[in-house]
Design a protein. Sequence first.
Lengths: 126, 126
Amino acid sequence: MELDFAKLDGLLPAVVQDHATGEVLMLGFMNAEALEYTRRTGEVHFYSRTRKRLWKKGETSGHVLRVRQLLFDCDADSLLIRVDPVGPGVCHEGYRSCFFRRLENGQWQVSEERTYDPHAVYGGKA
Amino acid sequence: MELDFAKLDGLLPAVVQDHATGEVLMLGFMNAEALEYTRRTGEVHFYSRTRKRLWKKGETSGHVLRVRQLLFDCDADSLLIRVDPVGPGVCHEGYRSCFFRRLENGQWQVSEERTYDPHAVYGGKA
């Protein structure tokens, strides 16, 4: 079975899940090169749509994602990556998960506590 | 905070997670209309990129997804939906999760058991 990169202009959405807790941490996009780097190094790489380049998750913060399992779906157009996350959080805003806002009574609300200070980690870069 | 539908031609990737077990069940895409139907009805609706139309997950199989929590990420361009899935599986190939293939020793392999017979549920439609 071949992965189907054609549906999204060469990209696959990749869901990142904490292998130990099951928490969904983030969603990124991979092109074939990012997937190849991820497989070869055992650390998650994405393709940045805004910066238009390969990036290793954690290249600035040190909060890398170590791959435990790599899965793909029935249509071969999405990935699920179970990882051991290194560091206090994957989100550049200082949270464990990028999904820290939820809909409550028709309002989007922050529903988690920060786990680290993003300014101390990213400085002026985030 | 406004959701950013512009990055992907009016669509947001939406990760569906089993609220009780934490299992990631599938990834679909929502346009604004699909999100509105999901919020209004409490059952997950997607926009089908191949059929180019709104579809309610489970409209054929009865395996609907009941929304428990709706979250979005720091960039406001992805959704995470925690659900109670109705029925034995969300995958049209007869599995509980669409992510039933994993990479093992460089080979993609099926790593789950079927939970139902897709031909009995979908007939000639899948």
